[in-house]
Ligand binder design. Sequence first.
Ligand code: NAP
Length: 277
Amino acid sequence: MMMPLPLALVEPTMSRLSAPPLAGQVALVTGASRGIGRATAQAFAQQGAALCLTATNLALLEQLQHQLALPPERCTVHRLDVRDAAAWQATLAHMHETVGAPTVLVNNAGVYLGKPFLAYAAQEFQQLLDVNLFGVLHGMQAVLPGMMQRGGGRIINVGSTAGKWGSRNQSAYNVSKHAVVGLTRCVALEAAASGVTVNAICPGFVQTDMVENLKQEAAKSTGADPEALVQALLARVPMGRVLQPEEVASLAVYLALPASSGITGQSLLVDGGMLMV
Ligand code: NAP
């Protein structure tokens, strides 16, 4: 007959098994006030990570913090305009005093402006690059030295299918996302030996304010019914639906888990099959 194990031996094993998969990780999420960033913050919280939630709208961040109801050492909020390199340093200083140094960076903040190429002012290209490219660049330059020194870390940049192919009437956005995919590869190469992984997630159409605004703007400029525009967009998506932010967030979680430790320099699609057609 098998003797029951003494409780003292069973309990530590059980508590190790039941620790949430991201316990001990500290994630800095940009653009956490809405959409994909907000869903990512929720998913990381659910998996046990500590969080620093950033965006420019502090009131929305505080609402999310209230909703997550985590102890102060597990969640802090900080106003961060990703275009401002000095503000990144202030955010890191704030993290050191609250939740600790970041082990994961989710560079998610982004903006969109669609127009025919000939209608864009150069200044509008610059505005998109300032957030979508330089925001990501400042973030990586801020966290990488510490991660490399500590011998590990995960950087997850949010690109787009627009970073993988050409598309009409959004060349500035498309260029900024191609730049994110390229920068992800280059930084991944330079960081690989230090144990820091750098990957990008490239979503297709995701139900957020960004797509809602795009729909309304396109309807206004073409006079078309917004729902007809959605159907035209979905004709390019084999799954035939707009994705939910949680479906992007779950890939961000995966890229922070020990299970993905061998993946770096990749730009992974979450697009309902769009690039297959
Ligand atoms: P969203 O709902 O419009 O949210 C954008 C987020 O970015 C907000 O939290 C916003 O926060 C933040 N943000 C914008 N400018 C910022 C700045 N200068 N500094 C700091 N934060 C800033 O958009 P989303 O759809 O969730 O987009 C998230 C990411 O996914 C973006 O990089 C976007 O390009 C990418 N993406 C989205 C889709 C899609 O279909 N939705 C598809 C492909 C890729 P505040 O307003 O509070 O600053």
